[in-house]
Design a protein around this ligand. Structure first.
Ligand code: GSH
Length: 217
């Protein structure tokens, strides 16, 4: 019989967006199971997967008959159901929303696309001008985050919130998009602070599918 309390996360190891959710579930000690999406062989374009998420993207979370997509929405949902990492009041709620929207638009969007082009490069060669543009946008966003974190331990308040999970999603792959935390020491220190949480795991150890078959051995 199905355990109705179990969260089912459709994800894959290389997905920083999935990691945002996987890390929260893991650190909260939630009962969760992984459903591996074979992204590199068209898993998110599969009709059965698109029936779950018309946006054809991971992550997808299934829980108690609900199907949730968009990592920011899922994190907000989990803050409610798990009673962890959420806002304590309306000001915090807006601040979490503000940073989550910024993450999706400026930080993750540029870093994930840049990493895709330079690390996974599925179709051969991307235009170097496009890569240079994304690199400069990614660096600009990291600079913004660096100055915000210069005198803070976490992004919104002095404790871990879902905004931190959203923003940190891609930041354990710095070498894959060509960044050294020496250039952004406050960001580096914050990623290390989160990595020191009991139960923390790197995305490649938390979700299935790493290494890719072509990169194995
Ligand atoms: N804003 C979305 C982004 C999700 C996303 O881009 N997921 C990637 C994997 S990390 C994906 O499935 N992309 C499929 C595609 O672009 O075709 C979220 O936060 O969930």
């Amino acid at each position: 019989m199905t355990d109705r309390s179990t969260y089912r996360l459709h994800c894959f190891a290389q997905s920083g967006n999935s990691y945002k959710v996987a890390l929260m579930l893991e650190l909260a000690g939630a009962p969760w199971t992984l459903v591996w999406n074979d992204f590199f062989n068209g898993g998110t374009r599969d009709p059965a997967f698109k029936a779950l998420n018309a946006m054809a993207e991971a992550p997808v979370l299934e829980h108690e008959g609900k199907v949730l997509t968009q990592s920011g929405v899922i994190l907000d949902y989990l803050a409610g159901t798990l009673g962890r990492y959420g806002p304590a009041n309306d000001d915090e709620r807006r601040e979490i929303l503000r940073w989550t929207l910024w993450d999706n638009h400026k930080l993750t969007a540029n870093i994930a696309t840049l990493r895709w082009m330079v690390q996974f490069n599925p179709e051969g060669t991307f235009d170097p001008a496009v890569i240079a543009f994304l690199r400069s946008r990614a660096r600009g966003a990291l600079k913004t985050l660096e100055s915000h974190l210069a005198d803070r331990r976490y992004v919104v308040v002095d404790r871990l919130t879902i905004a931190d999970f959203s923003l940190v999603g891609y930041l354990y792959f710095p070498t894959e998009f060509g960044v050294d935390w020496k250039e952004y020491p406050a960001v580096g220190a914050w990623t290390a602070r989160i990595a020191a949480e009991p139960g923390w795991k790197h995305p490649y150890d938390l979700m299935p599918g790493h290494p890719l078959p072509s990169k194995a051995a």
